[in-house]
Design a protein around this ligand. Sequence first.
Ligand SMILES: Nc1ncnc2c1ncn2[C@@H]1O[C@H](COP(=O)(O)OP(=O)(O)O)[C@@H](O)[C@H]1O
Ligand SMILES: [Mg+2]
Length: 363
Amino acid sequence: MTTQKVQEVLGKIPVPGTNKDLIYLKMVDKIQVEDNKISFELTIAHAMMKTHLQKACTTALQENFGKDVEVAIQFNTEIGSNRMDKKDVLPGVKNIIAVASGKGGVGKSTVSTNLALALAKTGAKVGIMDADIYGPSVPIMLGIRGERPMMENIDGKGRIIPIEVMGLKAMSIGLLVDDKQAIVWRGPMASSALKQFVTDVNWGELDYLVIDLPPGTGDIHLTMVQTIPVTGALIVSTPQEVAMADAKKAIMMFDGPQIKVPILGLVENMAYFTPAELPDNKYYIFGKDGGKTLADQFEISYLGQIPLVQSIREGGDEGKPAVLNDEDKITQEAFTKLAEKVAQCVSIRNANLDPTKIVEMTT
Ligand SMILES: Nc1ncnc2c1ncn2[C@@H]1O[C@H](COP(=O)(O)OP(=O)(O)O)[C@@H](O)[C@H]1O
Ligand SMILES: [Mg+2]
């Protein structure tokens, strides 16, 4: 029994939701072997993986080195980051997740809001930024419509303090400008307003900042990736052909040679309809498996399905997000699983790809 051999065994344990192992993903540290005791540190992206990995590691090590081997794992739920920019924008923010769709009305804001809350439920420090300048809906979904954020003065510069709600820090462009004003902004004006908005908010320390982007694939998206260091993009689509065609454009924009922001994965929203009284019945009213096919085609991770259920719509309209509704287990589980996978994809991205930085356009 040597540290080398322990490493070999751990190098065969897959991480749920990925096809990579613990060693490959650099999750193991400080392996020690003493008499019949093996100890090491295991860094995980969220607490939910703990039980599974505790068991998987113990079983594998005991199978290799004998039943009476004692396995002591110290878990760190430190959420990593791999920013390498100068950190003059959003300096305390570890990971920035841009939620994009191409098409509007597919549930981008719904997914952003419930994802942010589900991540926060795992103990992470999470912010949500509503950057949908033409249709900001996060204030309604979080029940903070009409609130006016406070300002503070830091080194002679006015900074916006995000609103604290349901364990999140939240900010929306809709809380700063009224609807009638924003709607007439076009092109450069919208981009420059957004640029200022994004950098003027004082987020403090965050593990994840979720950004609800406007639909489309235009100037605003380019401005965004050139202003802040986006860790990865999450693509939301419904299974319909028209939505998928637009999702493709969004994938190609982020993935394209000019921008190269990694795609964390694709989530299929309104994947099937489930009536509350018949939770086992699934009706694929917008088509079946479209999201999976699209994800396969572009070789991006498929992060699963969110069902179409009335309570999600109601929760959104009433400012009571579905993921917090304990009576709605199906929805709660769907968003919790999504958050788990997103956290995992972020940590895989940080371990394997080039460091996150602000995009510099090449042409
Ligand atoms: N899975 C779902 N089940 C039921 N209603 C949903 C679901 N996802 C979104 N909705 C509803 O559809 C509408 C559009 O969603 P929204 O998140 O605002 O889309 P987007 O931000 O992409 O424009 C909202 O009324 C929302 O409550
Ligand atoms: Mg929206």
